[in-house]
Design a protein around this ligand. Structure first.
Ligand code: HEC
Length: 140
């Protein structure tokens, strides 16, 4: 009786430590979902590339080729810019950090970034009320 109790408790402990590991991960994911709600709607069927942690799409291979040589891809996935904003970042890296000319591949890179890492709007809040008709509260 006592042994079973100990075994059950032990298993419980082991399992809960595993759980904690995954729950941190899923919390981070939930955050990502909320923040990207207005960009490409990221559902749990959105495929993430295991190697880079970036969203899978037909132009990902070009981003992998051009953007993963110098720094973590987290610098990419943590940012959200317009197409023009991404272009400016590229120009900035070209001017200051020895990023090469992307030539014809720049279009593919920008297509990818614009589509998958666009600016985000948190959509969980309703729009402010308009045309409110205020009235005096009369006490009877
Ligand atoms: C030749 C090296 C190099 C390559 C290739 C490169 N970057 Fe960078 N990038 C840098 C450096 C250096 C920084 C500054 C890192 C830091 O601040 O720690 C940087 C920073 C960034 C940042 C953060 C900018 C900020 O405002 O903080 C983003 C976003 C970024 N890179 C995106 C990209 C993208 C997209 C590509 C592919 C087109 C790319 N990088 C390719 C060198 C490079």
């Amino acid at each position: 009786m006592r042994i079973t109790l100990i075994v059950v408790l032990g298993l419980g402990l082991i399992l809960s430590s595993f759980r904690q590991g995954t729950s941190v991960e899923s919390k981070a994911q939930i955050k990502t979902f909320a923040y990207t709600a207005n960009a490409t709607v990221r559902t749990d069927t959105t495929k993430m590339d295991p190697e880079t942690g970036l969203i899978v799409d037909e132009n990902l291979y070009m981003v992998k080729a051009q953007c993963t040589g110098c720094h973590s891809t987290k610098l990419i996935s943590a940012n959200h810019f317009t197409r023009d904003g991404w272009k400016q970042k590229i120009r900035w890296m070209q001017a200051n950090h020895n990023l090469w000319e992307l030539g014809e591949t720049e279009k593919q890179v920008l297509d990818y970034l614009e589509k998958n890492y666009a600016p985000v709007q948190v959509v969980s809040r309703r729009a402010p009320l308009k045309d409110i008709k205020w009235y005096d509260l009369k006490l009877k």
